[in-house]
Write a protein that binds this ligand. Structure first.
Ligand SMILES: [Zn+2]
Length: 87
């Protein structure tokens, strides 16, 4: 009975240390996951904001967008086909 007494706080301290270590490891993993996720989102939205081409009508001046794979797009206002604007 006298031998059990000093061991009890030691076991408690060890398990507390394990809990703290596990908590810190989980926290670091969470931070890593958040950092990795934000990097992914930044890459996805940073370099390709839109695939659409911008067109400006030569006839009426109307500015509109269309798919990037078309060379000429018809103006929705007057129907004239226009070239895409390159920036
Ligand atoms: Zn037009």
């Amino acid at each position: 009975m006298m031998l059990m007494l000093p061991i009890a706080p030691l076991l408690l301290a060890m398990s507390l240390e394990t809990v703290v270590c596990g908590y810190v490891a989980l926290l670091l993993l969470g931070l890593l996951a958040v950092g990795w996720r934000s990097e992914q989102l930044r890459r996805r939205f940073g370099f390709s904001p839109s695939d659409d081409s911008v067109f400006r009508c030569d006839e009426c001046g109307f500015v509109y967008t269309d798919d990037s794979d078309v060379d000429r797009s018809r103006c929705p206002q007057c129907g004239k086909a226009n070239e895409a604007i390159t920036f």
